[in-house]
Design a protein around this ligand. Structure first.
Ligand SMILES: [Zn+2]
Length: 64
């Protein structure tokens, strides 16, 4: 595995671990296309928020 892909993978893993600890994200827009969760302080982009909200509404466990 290349160093770059390994680093990206580690970052994603870290992000998932943070997300796992949060029961329900309450996203608030902090700047254009960037959102912060009021419960766990994670910062995500607009695409993630859209997917998360859709998954949540549909009762799917898309985050895990
Ligand atoms: Zn959260």
């Amino acid at each position: 595995m290349k160093d770059t892909s390994k680093k990206i993978f580690e970052e994603i893993k870290k992000e998932i671990e943070i997300l796992d600890k949060c029961k329900k994200h309450e996203f608030e827009m902090i700047s254009f296309g960037k959102y912060k969760c009021l419960n766990c302080d994670c910062t995500v982009n607009g695409n993630f928020v859209a997917a998360y909200r859709q998954g949540y509404e549909h009762g799917l466990n898309v985050i895990k």
